[in-house]
Design a protein around this ligand. Sequence first.
Ligand code: GLN
Length: 469
Amino acid sequence: MIDTLRLTAEGALELLERREVSSRELHAAYLDAISERDGELHAYLRTCDEPSGEGIPIALKDVISTAGVETTAGSLILQGYVPVFDARVAARCKAAGLSLLGKTNTDEFAMGSSTENSAWGPSCNPWDPTRVPGGSGGGTAAAVSAGLAPWGLGSDTGGSIKQPSALCGNVGLRPTYGTVSRYGVVAFASSLDQVGPVAKTVRDVALLYSIIAGRDPLDSTTAELPEGVELPEGDSLAGVRLAVPRQVGELEAIEPGVRTAFEQALKLAGDLGAEIAECDLPLSYRYGMPCYYLVAPAEASSNLARYDGVRYGQRVDADGYDEMVERTRDEGFGPEPKRRIMLGTYALSAGYYDAFYGQAQKVRTLLVREHREALDGIDAIVTPTSPTVAFPIGDKAADPLAMYACDLLTIPSCLAGLPGLSIPCGLSDGLPVGLQLIGRQFGENGLFRIGRALEQALGFDTVPLRWRS
Ligand code: GLN
């Protein structure tokens, strides 16, 4: 019996190398777990019965194009869209032998923090199915946490890898902007979107990152990594300098239980030899969210213009072209993409461009600078990943601003283009709390080393409490 709840990707690879299981058996074991538990969780939008590779399986967020496998980005407007090509990241996974288990649920066009904006209904948190798994990549996070995939890929614009990883007790990496190709990834906000790994351990995340990262001639925003990806080994933090933003102490949005788990993890980091200082990110927490909610919708309004009923997915027939486009978009997009298209179109319109979009870009430059200064002389900035643990399904669904606030702590470094690693650091009321490490550009190896040492010392059990025997 393969215990998929506990099996890591590295563990699965070992089983495969020692020929204790075949790739077909592994794939089948995960499909069994899916039929056993995904009725309750709805992490997957669709699964693949046949293994597509000789290696271990993987789950891909449904914003990643997969040749021959329907890709909807959680939207009705893409229902029935079957890409004829693989996104670069999917192709890289294939080339590494990874076998596609299925496509995971997401908020529509990755807009949201709970998967409740998915046109196909929400996913549930494996730790407590009455609660959200986070979002937008809640499907991948729920799948990994429930043993429905050893690992998976998500995409992160303002927190969609880090936040669901935190809420489901996984490790998640949002890589440095430009290190992973977006070719074939359904675009949300192109100056922010990044694909990255979700897994149970920091080493698994590093391994998957090594598979997907690097320059892609088909995505001109990608860069070659300045150094190879190293699988972290050590468990000491001697000589490591961490800094907690002063503002984190004052943010009322951070729940007491999250604060406690975070502070205990910091103390542990100190015991492992880390030096813990303070840094200052005053503009980031004040203006990060408003800046993001201008830049991201502006870019989204432009990216979503391509869904016109002609090129992809759904079409609602009507008399004439204009009416067809109008009705297709009216029926195809849910409320959140519509809200953002309107916000973004407004912010980009003549007469308002400088006042909104232009101003947001200036603020963004200030946030980049502020982060550069904060990172001067230290190895990583540390904060909680999410101000709260997983919240009940329905709690914030009717209040877009409350939903937006979930990303208070993840957004600023995304605007600055910096890598962020979230690791589980404890429980609050029986639900996982995430700790976020922010590094400098291309600083993933450093984050992996710190994350791995801390992970070893924390000894967090990634199996949801209700399934432990
Ligand atoms: N929750 C944020 C939003 O709704 C971030 C989503 C994301 O990273 N894709 O925009």
